[in-house]
Each structure stands twice: as structure tokens, then as C-alpha cells.
Design a protein around this ligand. Structure first.
Ligand code: SAH
Length: 226
């Protein structure tokens, strides 16, 4: 009986969000090709279980996307790592724009790496919850309730842009808000799967495009809702 009681915190969650469980996620990311120690460290440090509903907290350190309501998901840690690694590759972006705040997790990873983060979300209710998380963790993330397909021109240009919802094609307005030397990552393709594209805008304005991996994102939709 005593032993069972002692085991209980493990079973109901505390153990499931422990450092050991987080370290296991980091090892998994490493074995799946994530090499940037800064990114791995940010993922080890940020408490992902605070970005999902309490009922899902025990699954927060699995390498999987999880539902956050409104038919949306918090991205899979590997995808967050891959996108973050892509914008840090050979660059040190200061000002970053994210499209699709969702849970606020990706924005938090970017902020934890010292970037000045601007994030746009079309679903008001998700943004309100994400803002609470930013506040309670003392993060200075700037956010806007809007259709992110128009970007955030008043604050641009950005050293990096991270699009966290899939679209059939790249969005011109976002490419235009990317600074020379900057990097944009976005999932591009059909509804059921996309290619994670990395675009580097050279100093002369020309674009170099790399296909990083096949991915599955929720769709980039138009308009905004409460
Ligand atoms: N970066 C998020 C991932 C959320 S899923 C995280 O770390 O949790 C993608 C998000 O993009 C959803 O919240 C969805 O509502 C939002 N989204 C889809 N289309 C959008 C648009 N046009 N403008 C802004 N946000 C959009």
C-alpha cells in the first residue's frame, strides 16, 4: 500500500514531465538528426507540458503533435527543432516572425534562444491562452490577432520567418518581409502532407530554396475568428 502511494506521483504526471523524460526526448531528437545544441537545450528547458491541456501533460514529452482545441495542434518537437535549426543555420537572427501562434510553444522556443519574437494567430481564443503562457513565464513575445498571410509589415523586415501552418504555395507578402540574408521556413504542399521548405534570401535579393523534409501541418486558412 505504502509503495503504491509512493508511486502515485509518477503515475499521475509529475514523473511524466521529469527531467529524465525530457532527456529521453532530446536523445530521440538527436537520433533523428537534430544537431544544434542550442536548439536541443531550448527544448530541454522549455516546459512543453504547460502548452497542452492538463489531461495531455503526460504525453507532452513524446515526439508527437498533440491537439490544442479548435482542430489545431501543437507541432511535433522534431518539427519545431528542425525549423528552429534551419533559421539558425549560419545566421544569428534577431527579429523573427512566426505565423500560427497556436499553443505558443514554437514562439517560446525562439524567445528562449534570445530572439525578438513577433507571432500572429487567426483564432482569438488560442491567442488569449498563448498570451497567458507568455506572461506567466515572463516572456516578451509580441503577438497579433490577424490573418498571418499578410505578415506584419509595420514591424518588418524580419531576419527569419517561421510559418507553422501548411499552404499550397509560398506566400509572397511573407517573402517580401524577409530581410536580405534572412531565412524563411514553411510547409508547402497539399492538405495531407507538405514539404518543409527553407528559403534563404541572398544579399542581392535572389532566393535559394532547400527541401528539408516531408511534414504534416494543419492548413494555413484565411480570415480570422474569435
Ligand atoms: N506554432 C504552433 C503550431 C500551431 S498549429 C505551436 O507551437 O503550437 C498552426 C496554427 O496556425 C493554428 O493555431 C492555426 O489557427 C494557425 N493559423 C492557420 N492559418 C493562419 C493564418 N492565416 N494566420 C495566422 N494563424 C493561422
Amino acid at each position: 500500500m505504502t509503495a503504491r502511494l509512493r508511486l502515485q506521483p509518477e503515475a499521475i504526471g509529475m514523473g511524466m514531465t521529469s527531467q529524465r523524460v525530457r532527456d529521453r526526448l532530446i536523445e530521440r531528437l538527436r537520433s533523428n538528426g537534430i544537431v544544434d545544441e542550442r536548439v536541443l537545450n531550448a527544448i530541454r528547458t522549455v516546459p512543453r507540458h504547460l502548452y497542452v491541456d492538463e489531461a495531455l501533460a503526460t504525453r507532452a514529452y513524446e515526439d508527437t503533435a498533440l491537439p490544442i482545441g479548435h482542430g489545431q495542434t501543437i507541432s511535433q518537437p522534431w518539427v519545431v527543432a528542425k525549423m528552429t535549426e534551419a533559421i539558425l543555420d549560419g545566421a544569428s537572427p534577431k527579429k523573427v516572425l512566426e505565423i500560427g501562434t497556436g499553443s505558443g510553444y514554437q514562439a517560446t522556443i525562439l524567445a528562449a534562444l534570445g530572439m525578438e519574437v513577433y507571432t500572429v494567430e487567426r483564432i482569438g481564443e488560442l491567442l488569449r491562452i498563448a498570451r497567458k503562457r507568455f506572461r506567466s513565464l515572463g516572456l516578451n513575445v509580441r503577438s497579433k490577432h490577424d490573418d498571418g498571410r499578410i505578415g506584419w509589415a509595420e514591424e518588418g523586415p524580419f531576419d527569419a520567418i517561421v510559418v507553422t501552418a501548411g499552404a499550397p504555395a509560398l506566400v509572397d507578402a511573407l517573402n517580401d518581409q524577409l530581410a536580405p540574408g534572412g531565412t524563411l521556413v514553411a510547409p508547402v504542399g497539399g492538405a495531407s502532407s507538405q514539404s518543409l521548405l527553407k528559403l534563404r534570401k541572398r544579399e542581392d535579393g535572389s532566393i535559394e530554396q532547400t527541401d528539408l523534409a516531408p511534414v504534416v501541418f494543419v492548413p494555413l486558412l484565411s480570415g480570422m475568428i474569435d
